[in-house]
Design a protein around this ligand. Sequence first.
Ligand SMILES: C[S@@+](CC[C@H](N)C(=O)[O-])C[C@H]1O[C@@H](n2cnc3c(N)ncnc32)[C@H](O)[C@@H]1O
Length: 432
Amino acid sequence: MAFVHIKNLLHKVIGLHVDTVGESSVDRAISHRMHATTCGNASEYYKLVKKDKLELDELIEEIVVPETWFFRNITPFEMLRDNALKSHVNFEKSKKYNNQYPSPLRILSIPCSSGEEPYSIAMMLSEAGLKGDDFLIDAIDISKQALKKSQRAIYGKHSFREKGMDFQNKYFNPVKTGFQLVQNIRDCVSFQRGNIVTDSISPMDEYYDIIFCRNLLIYFDRETQQKVLNKLSTMLKCGGLLFVGHAESGQIDKDNFSKIRVAKAFSFRKKIARNFVKSSAQLSEHPVNKLKDIYDQLVEVTKKDIELSKKINDPKNRLMENYNNNETKNDNVFYKINSLIDGNNLVEASQLCKKSLKKQPENSEAYYYLGVISALHGNNDEAEELLRKAIYLSPGHHKALELSAVLAEKRGDNDSAKSLRRREQKARNRNS
Ligand SMILES: C[S@@+](CC[C@H](N)C(=O)[O-])C[C@H]1O[C@@H](n2cnc3c(N)ncnc32)[C@H](O)[C@@H]1O
């Protein structure tokens, strides 16, 4: 019976439909973890895995199938290149006529496994002549081990099994344990751990131009597939492209997506929202609801007794130099917010941020300053979340990137800090 409970738990947490990976594989994985944790029997292990999140992660690692390789089924990557070139023309226009932070092509690879898929996207776009700051690739997976491998970016021969692709010599350098991807392609991808079933993946609706979600839905039951597809649809812009695996095309909802008639691409275009019926999952991710969460958090924060000394900490010191830049001075509201923060009037500063978010829910500066305020309160997790939103809205927001790097360093996550710093530097060069 305990085995059944553990499988139900796996279904709840990662949407796993046991039949898809095979009952015996799941049993083997559970037994393996039972022994590794020296639990005497399955009931004991169930009790452990229910309350210990780290052990649950270990069990998930045993179960997931990280199988992937570079340019897996090449057609989607070719289609991506052709679409990217079209939208690049618009990007150049927006750079010319628009503003401080033009919006590049945004791509999501979920699940990204050990990185081969998002790195293939980056190589393909680079081959097409796009530069690193013309596009952004977010890559998400639940597996910590797979993500670790993607950060090292060293691959063995199985990762190069797609025939007819001549890219290994151009983009990889031989190292002791395999072939390491060159740094400029690695810099194009931001990796993050996430669970598509339970986590909110994108901080706002209609954010991505293109989503790759290949070879994941096959592991879910029908209900979970539907929930996940609704989530992906919400994150995708109208007219945006969704790529799935060849066995997954049949699951795509024809009311919301139209199939693109390119053989072996398994791709769909999101229709204009007219008939779109939002699920409860989508509603909870609506920007207004997200905003409300942030307000609630902020109200909580301001209720606390804030010691003045907390205001003088590393993030603030680093921020002082940014406060003097011209962008901020030119903007009255944010100049005022800036001065309020400088004068330790954080409550009024956060109220002003809230006001400006009410007027303009997608204002990256407001999220940035809310992040600063949270960091000054010592709420670093909340600060990172707010800064992430600022960066999502304005990928070239170098101040948000800088503070995020500082906070990642504080957490001891040096890989993320390094990658954020590289992005910050690029953004600074671009904005200067
Ligand atoms: C077969 S790989 C697919 C990788 C890549 N998309 C491809 O097609 O080559 C499946 C990946 O899904 C990830 N995964 C499984 N359940 C997940 C979940 N609930 N959220 C995010 N990733 C998940 C696993 O860790 C694994 O790396």
